[in-house]
Design a protein around this ligand. Structure first.
Ligand code: PNS
Length: 161
């Protein structure tokens, strides 16, 4: 079975992430969306909340599972018998760091990275930017699945109190 992982923070998942996951799911037999547990960085959503959103929004793909990981991504890949990492490239500015990580991951564990160009309509999209725009009342509909947008609106309102 050809397995791949789409790793990330997913705080929260955007339509840009889902575009990459969907395309990974068409290339591989099974895709694991893996949420990074970062003890040094508190997100807007907990890891469990992010995983729930991912489960709901990827269920229709049929061959996507959601998991979380701590530590090195390559260790997670080895444990799960995953041989490929799928990453979206939004612009040239993503490339330097992504190439560095890809080469390091290949060196560490011979896990290959497959770069998928982000669809042009999402090339500017980042979870951090969506949160900032939404926090100041900007319209981010169309950039997130509707259920995620609702949860984001509620969470930001709670935080603003
Ligand atoms: O959505 P993000 O925050 O840009 O995702 C970054 C992520 C999770 C893919 C990257 O930070 C990662 O792989 N972290 C796990 C730790 C690790 O393996 N570091 C060495 C990378 S060569």
């Amino acid at each position: 079975m050809r397995r791949a992982v789409c790793p990330g923070s997913f705080d929260p998942v955007t339509n840009g992430h889902l575009d990459i996951v969907e395309r990974a799911a068409s290339l591989f037999d099974e895709v694991t969306v893996a949420v990074l547990v970062n003890i040094n960085k508190r997100g807007l959503f907990t890891v469990e909340e992010r995983m729930d959103m991912l489960r709901e929004t990827t269920a229709h793909f049929g061959n996507v599972v959601v998991d979380s990981f701590e530590g090195l991504l390559v260790d997670f890949c080895i444990e799960r018998d995953i041989h490929a990492i799928v990453k979206g490239l939004r612009a040239v500015s993503d490339f330097d760091y992504e190439l560095q990580m890809a080469q390091m991951n290949s060196r560490l564990a011979k896990v290959e990275t497959v770069f998928v160009p982000t669809s042009p309509e999402y090339s500017f999209l980042a979870s951090s930017l969506v949160k900032e725009v939404a926090a100041y009342g900007g319209d981010v509909s169309g950039l997130l699945p509707p259920s995620v947008l609702r949860l984001l609106t509620v969470r930001l309102a709670e935080r603003a109190r």
